[in-house]
Design a protein around this ligand. Structure first.
Ligand code: C5P
Length: 395
């Protein structure tokens, strides 16, 4: 039985810790909770004790607790430390290596893996200090989840919401899973991800709603299997996955050039939502009040189709298809039209773009496989294993 030490920080999202504990318990984890002083204002120790079926620890200064279960012992008896919700303050104290309460003392004293699920106001998340702290924590080996985007308890909108408990459970399972065999060692895999921006003038551009999350998750999953991964990314606000080489581009034509430069590759996964058209951008900002401008669109290169015809065509070429209707039918036709080996089709009529989950159909020469709705990380892990299967079978 795996043992989770859950540190609950003092934010409104602390109430979701209760649901997280319940989910972990139903999956057979032992959960022991530590609360910060501030967390008491949002959730009671009684709630967490009842759900975790264990004592809740709150202070360094309880002689009885220290005698029976020292703070070092709390960390020793855990397989993973999870901080959820992690407030801006708690992350700042972790980054600085402070040990001024039980939670931070534990975090400083532990040699166990640490997973952090942040939750805070959108501007606190966007503040340079928090960004610095997140980058430092990641460099220190802490896994920091990306918060969700949406309406906040404070009535504002944006990134900073605690990832939903099932996503935290998935991250816990991924962190605890033994490292998979390096089945893709010695292989080079190219991944494109994110949207492209096509400038209209120096301040405006044409874009789409792609968040880059699925492509980045695929790059991360391939790197975990030992591949050398080159990720050509459109404009997104996502951290570079561990062990991945990243090239940032803005437009479809820049993406096409970057893809060209990084070949050859054993496999390519074209996840980017590439703009189909560009305009010849105006050198100066187009002024309102002049005649209403007309945008003349010109077609962008189809990077996937070009790669399929190139002498450097990777042995395994995978396209994505974002559709809002007749998803499978369009994907089957796209596979043939673009001469890709596989098409991963997803229905983007719901909340897939920017969301945490995806439900995809894998279209291959052999037919169509519909996967259940999964977190994007899980879709990525499964696809990476399939890529390893295919490359092993082909060599
Ligand atoms: O034709 P459609 O845009 O639906 O095709 C989607 C697939 O083609 C994705 O894999 C996408 O990355 C790729 N694509 C591309 N270059 C384009 C348009 C799409 O590589 N200009």
């Amino acid at each position: 039985m795996k043992r989770i030490l859950l540190i609950v920080g003092g934010g409104i999202a602390a109430y979701k810790a209760a649901e997280l504990i319940r989910l972990l318990k139903t999956r057979g984890y032992a959960v022991r909770c530590v609360m910060t002083e501030a967390a008491h204002h949002f959730v009671t120790p009684m709630t967490l004790a009842a759900l975790s079926e264990d004592k809740v620890y709150t202070t360094l200064w309880d002689l009885k607790d220290e005698a029976e279960m020292g703070h070092i012992q709390l960390s020793r008896e855990a397989d993973l430390i999870v901080v959820a919700p992690a407030t801006a303050d708690l992350m700042a104290r972790m980054t600085a290596g402070l040990a001024n309460d039980l939670a931070t003392t534990l975090l400083l004293a532990t040699d166990k893996p640490v997973l952090v699920a942040p939750a805070m106001n959108v501007r606190m998340w966007g503040h340079a200090a928090t960004a610095r702290n997140v980058a430092q924590l990641r460099a220190d080996g802490v896994t920091v989840m990306t918060p969700d985007e949406g309406i906040m308890a404070c009535g504002e909108y944006g990134p900073g919401r605690l990832p939903e408990p099932p996503a935290i459970v998935a991250a816990i399972e991924a962190t605890l899973a033994p490292a998979p065999p390096k089945r893709l060692a010695g292989r080079h895999v190219l991944v494109t991800a994110g949207p492209t921006h096509e400038p209209i003038d120096p301040v405006r551009y044409i874009a789409n709603r792609s968040s880059g999350k699925q492509g980045f998750a695929i790059a991360a999953a391939l790197a975990r299997l030992g591949a050398r991964v080159t990720l050509v990314a459109g404009p997104v606000m996502l951290p570079t996955p561990h062990g991945v080489d990243r090239i940032d581009v803005e437009t479809a034509r820049e993406m096409a050039d970057a893809v060209d430069r990084v070949l050859p590759a054993d496999a390519a996964v074209m996840v980017a939502a590439v703009a189909d058209w560009h305009v010849e951008p105006s050198q100066q900002k187009i002024k309102k009040g002049d005649a209403t401008p007309t945008l003349t669109l010109a077609e962008n290169p189809d990077i996937l189709a070009t790669l399929a015809r190139s002498p450097h065509r990777p042995r395994l070429l995978i396209g994505f298809a974002a559709e809002t209707e007749r998803v499978i039918e369009h994907a089957v036709a796209k596979r043939v039209r673009k001469t890709a080996d596989w098409i991963v089709a997803n229905d983007v009529s719901g909340d897939v773009m920017g969301g945490a989950d995806n439900s995809v159909h894998l279209v291959t020469e052999a037919g169509v496989e519909s996967w259940e709705r999964l977190p994007k990380d899980a879709v990525a892990a499964r696809l990476a294993e399939r890529i390893a299967d295919a490359l092993e079978a082909a060599s």
